[in-house]
Design a protein. Structure first.
Ligand code: LLP
Length: 435
């Protein structure tokens, strides 16, 4: 995996720290983040988009107090989508003015916490919520800055623009269905809300520019309608937020879009479409999560058992069981996600055997890597490294089967330090009311 190397004795090192040392100090399974790589990705985003607007790190990809500090220090803003993420960000001392709140069903308590903290803006997702936030802001005696999330009718996952298909989902207000302009009217009519922009998020793990371009064009088209209807009042809409979604390389065959190219292309289209409407260039905002947190993170597992299963056709499938699984990485089971896995604790020159890396959970679908080639001399005790697990693995982790969550460590300049400790049985028991 990226950012790793092998030392002379064949042991994988991450940012100068050898895997055997990491597992000795912190045990397995273990999430390891290369701090310099994470920060460099923040910096690259800031450089690419900074001159056009701003970058919000989508904290749903992975958040902890330490991560919030890195993001803050690298000059990015933060997107949170729940009261929990907001609380962690604020606890880390993240400046409230640089936080945006998302979600299709924010509770009154979450809106209340956001307004009380004085966050930058809330991204509104339903008519109910427009009224709800207006009331909350009124109670606090403030006017809250808001964006409206719209669905531009772009189906990014298939790279085909099937507008009707993609309107059929829970997020946002449909542009073509007239719901978006209705939401704009509702916000303009609300005394305690100030509409500062429009937001669209077309999907995740995207490798093509076209989807973003079409979305940008349609969002600016809506801005044009707003200008037509509201004239000078529309000038307060200064932000066009195109969400996250930049794809990363899980396998060598994945080909991510260069960040600078994406930034320039998006800025060009936003500028062109705005100019065509006689509007000034808006602030271009984006919300990458995976592209920042994914590649710098890896998971280390220890092999526990190895079993060869004879297949119907006569071949053999080798099941390599590791000490984690779907509780720390649900993505393979949920999305058929693919990962690169290697033997990390030693060098092997043995021939590869077609293997399946599975977890320790009581479920057949508990697969970490469905098909991979691992050395034929693999033995219990060996340590495997799974690459690019930094986004949506820890953040989607569970306690299924009451398996404790792994620790998370940051490595930098040959040093490792825990940023989240491993869960313990005491943590499991801490929720019990009757002990
Ligand atoms: N902004 C909004 C409004 C979003 O809904 C998301 C992701 C992002 C930004 C960040 O997208 P990214 O740059 O990370 O692609 N659990 C799935 C991914 C779900 C993404 C949901 N929203 C996975 O593991 O692949």
């Amino acid at each position: 995996p990226r950012g790793t190397a092998r030392s002379a004795n064949g042991v994988v090192t991450i940012a100068g720290v050898a895997v055997d040392e990491l597992v000795h100090r912190h045990q397995t399974p273990l999430f390891v983040y290369d701090e310099a790589d994470f920060r460099a990705r923040c910096a690259a985003m800031r450089e690419a988009f900074g001159r056009y607007g701003r970058v919000h790190y989508a904290s749903k990809a992975f958040l902890s107090v330490e991560i919030a500090k890195w993001v803050e220090e690298e000059g990015l803003s933060l997107d949170v989508c729940s009261g929990g993420e907001l609380a962690v960000a604020l606890h880390a001392g993240f400046p409230a003015a640089r936080i945006a709140l998302h979600g299709n069903n924010k509770s009154v308590a979450e809106l209340d916490a956001a307004v009380a903290a004085g966050i930058g803006h809330v991204v509104l997702d339903s008519l109910t919520e427009i009224d709800r936030l207006d009331a909350v802001a009124a109670r606090h005696g403030v006017v809250a800055d808001v964006l409206i999330r719209v669905t531009p009718g772009v189906n990014a996952h298939t790279h085909e623009f099937i507008s009707t298909a993609h309107e059929d989902q829970k997020f946002g207000f449909s542009i073509s269905g007239g719901k978006a302009i209705e939401a704009v009217r509702r916000v303009f009519a609300a005394d305690h809300l100030r509409l500062v922009g429009l937001h669209s998020h077309i999907g995740s793990q995207i490798f093509e520019l076209d989807g973003f371009e079409v979305a940008a064009g349609r969002v600016i088209g809506l801005l044009g309608d707003v200008v037509d209807e509201f004239g000078e009042r529309a000038e307060q809409l200064s932000i066009i937020d195109l969400g996250g979604g930049l794809g990363i390389s899980y396998l060598a065959s994945d080909d991510p879009l260069p960040v600078a190219e994406l930034a320039d292309a998006l800025a060009a289209i936003v500028e062109r479409e705005s100019a065509a409407l006689g509007l000034p260039m808006p602030t271009l905002a984006v919300e990458p999560g995976r592209a920042i947190a994914g590649p710098p993170g890896v998971t280390l597992y220890r092999v526990g058992t190895i079993k060869d299963v004879v297949l119907d056709g006569g071949g053999i499938r080798r099941y390599v069981s590791v000490d984690g699984g779907m509780s720390d990485n649900i993505r393979s089971a949920l999305y058929d996600a693919e990962y690169d896995v290697r033997l990390a604790s030693r060098r092997s020159t043995a021939d590869g055997v077609l293997s399946r890396v599975v977890g320790k959970h009581c479920e057949t679908g508990d697969i970490v890597v469905r098909d991979c080639w691992l050395p034929g001399d693999l033995v219990p005790g060996d340590v495997l490294i799974v690459g690019a697990t930094g986004a949506y693995c820890y953040s989607m982790s569970s306690r299924y089967n009451m398996v404790c969550r792994p620790a998370v460590v940051a490595v930098r300049d040959g040093q490792s330090r825990e940023i989240l400790r491993r869960e313990t049985v005491a943590d499991l028991l801490s929720l019990e009311v009757t002990q």
